[in-house]
Design a protein around this ligand. Structure first.
Ligand SMILES: [Zn+2]
Ligand SMILES: [Zn+2]
Length: 163
């Protein structure tokens, strides 16, 4: 994931290949994001005067938990990236650093781009029915006889019998 950019810095405009398969550790981002398969990164980097520009495509298969039913599901992701690395370090959040030994590490770039493309709402399917709040059954797989209280709770009948 670390590339020496010595040559690139001396050959402005020439592009160099990025081709990686990264076995990523799970990310903690509002719950755990697992990587079902290695993340593929394909692209190029080149010197653009003040630094290095890296651009390409990230392909990943994410494993997450559904917000509604808590089932694990997989979500394929493919995204284009274009990021810049600057020499002499930088505090600017928009850029990544080129280290003193003239290398760039693309892992932070890959993680940041994946995180910013994860949907805020993680659903196993668009019309996930979720979990019944009364009996806990996963309503995607089975139905239950629970009825919301305002429509008449079956237990209210029992309660009357008990009284
Ligand atoms: Zn679900
Ligand atoms: Zn139920």
């Amino acid at each position: 994931m670390v590339y020496s950019v010595k040559d690139a810095l001396r050959n402005e405009g020439r592009s160099y290949e990025i081709c990686e398969e990264i076995a990523m550790e799970p990310l903690e981002y509002i719950g755990t994001i697992n990587f079902v398969t290695p993340v593929q990164v394909k692209g190029t980097y080149s010197c653009i005067g003040e630094g290095i520009e890296a651009a390409g495509t990230i392909t990943a298969l994410l494993g997450m938990e559904c917000d509604l039913c808590a089932q694990s599901f997989q979500m394929p992701m493919q995204l284009d990236f274009s990021e810049q690395f600057l020499l002499n370090g930088t505090d600017d959040q928009d850029y990544y650093p080129i280290s003193d030994d003239q290398t760039i590490d693309i892992l932070p770039l890959v993680q940041d781009n994946i995180i910013s493309n994860i949907p805020l709402e993680r659903l196993c399917k668009e019309d996930c029915k979720g979990i019944c709040p009364y009996c806990g059954v996963n309503k995607n797989f089975s139905t239950c006889l629970c009825t919301p209280p305002e429509k008449g709770n079956p237990f209210s009948v029992l309660r009357k019998l008990v009284d």
